[in-house]
Design a protein. Sequence first.
Length: 663
Amino acid sequence: MENKERPSSSEVPRPTSWVEYTTPDGRVYYFSTETRTTTWEKPDELKPAKERTSVWKEYVKDGRAYWYNTETKTSTWSRPAELGSGAETPAPTGQPIAAVDKAAELAKEPLAIAGPSQSKQPLRPKSPAEANSSQRSVRQQHFAPPNAVPERQRMARREFRTHQEAEQAFFDLLLAHKVGSDWTWEQTLREIASDPDYRSLKSLQERKDAFYKYTDKLREREQEEKRERAKQQRDNFFAMLKDMPISQVTRFRKIKHLAAEHPAFIAAGRESERLFGEFMDEFIRETKERRRAVRNEAMHKLSEHFVGLPISAKWSDVKAELLHKFSHLLMPALRAPADPSAVPVDTPYMLGSEADPEAGLCMLDFMDAFERAIADAEKREAEERQREKDGILGSQRQRRDGFRQLLEEHNSWFTPSSTWTQFYPLIKADPRYIEILGQPGSTPLELFWDKVELLDEDVYRERKRLEAAMHEHGFRVHTGTTIDEVKKFVADTCSITDSYLDYIFEQVLMKARRKKEEEDERLQRQRCRLMDDFKYALLDLSPALDARSTWEVDKGRIARLPEYRDLADEAAGREVFGRIIEREKEKELASAAQYSRDLESHKRLRSSPEVASPPGGRIVRPRTGSRGNASSNARHSPTHHASSGNVHNEGHDSELEEGEMVV
């Protein structure tokens, strides 16, 4: 900062402790030698008498003076008459507004540590020694202060109105002492502690925060410069490779041999192999994209050629035509040797060159385009068949809709009990019925029954409503209920469609009859079960019943049986008793008949001359007079063994069975 001491006005200056200074950028400030304070505003001691008492205050903006009236709040570029015609100076003595505004702008700007301007021209590749020397010179220029600060001004302690001004002064201090991004706070403190601007910030924490902010900004700028140098180095290396003939299989050792003396390769140093790998990745990606674009364009041309290909076309028929017409779409490596555009597959080429040996189509691509064309033709044919089928189905649907409309026209005729034989004479001559005959899908009979089933569903819903109302009001339908009773109930409780009421009544009455039949059947089964229990109880009586037992004689002991009391029906009891007596009688008759047959057989045997009667042979007559044997006769039927000639009748005291013949 250069100090320029000058009188504050044309008048003779009064003794004062204020001294006027000017910063290198032309800003004026004032320093008091007594209070050791600094201010941007011109002290009253340096102002003329008229200016101290006047309502007009002088300020400077962009190097030009203007005056501001503190009462009327107006400003003017010309000097007011009441201040006299004093000579105007290019930098008036007081400018608080301009100084504060400038300080605020400096606080918002980045740290004033920018290096020398950089040219936008491409950098010439340098050797490692030149690059290191250049970096050292740039670093030295970075930390060189813009102007030497006079010792007199550095020794004076300044006062700042805002924190931003004080912080910027501290940044200037760090820049003046060439503080680097790798410095520590202790190292910096030893360097700047004796400088008056060190105390521009009041507290130690504020100074440390400003120091770290300064070093962070400086480190970011250094990193940015490093990235810029690396980017420029990468661009130069890539530009070198783009000028070389390479392919997808090129290796680093080949480039190392070809570009050993190239400045860009020398400048890359150890990074050359890594940069080559990045370039090859990008080169392969761009090559694939370019080949894909060439292939897509060629396939599009083939697709246009195959538009309208018939489905009957064969590959053998179109192959020769394709090779003759689209040979230029083949890869240069697959073209005929006589073709001047043919290129061997291992030929190196420049990036972006048209001589890429694999940029184009192969025969598989031609076949693929042909197959796609055939698939499109098949698809078109399938769509045409589907359209025809849809048209036929649409016609059939229209005919079915016409027949449904015919059914709707006879809607009043339909009842839940309608039959096809009743409905057919009404529609047999209608064209809508004749048209639907013979076509696939629903037949007229099925559509008719669909209509009837819909009516059945309506009747079912109405019947459920009527049954719910009957259950709620306790109305029961039995076999003797009449339809008039049901109609009266419906009129009093719920509303049922009149046309459905007759059918609903028939269904409800049918349910009542079925229920009564089931109840009668259940009672009959119960009566049969009780009669069976009573029958077995009679058979187990002691003494047992025989053929001469009667109801009047045995009624007393029969009445005491629990099974008889459960039966509670004398007529049924008499019936069971009678069946048992009849059975006993049948058994006695069967036994007597068997005896007669055995006796006759014995007589025939004795009358035969070949057979002699054994001594002591006899026939035992069955005894039926004993009442105690009646039970056995009632329970067992006689059995005749024809093979042995013996007849057994149980219940006799003899050693031989009843009716047995001894030979």
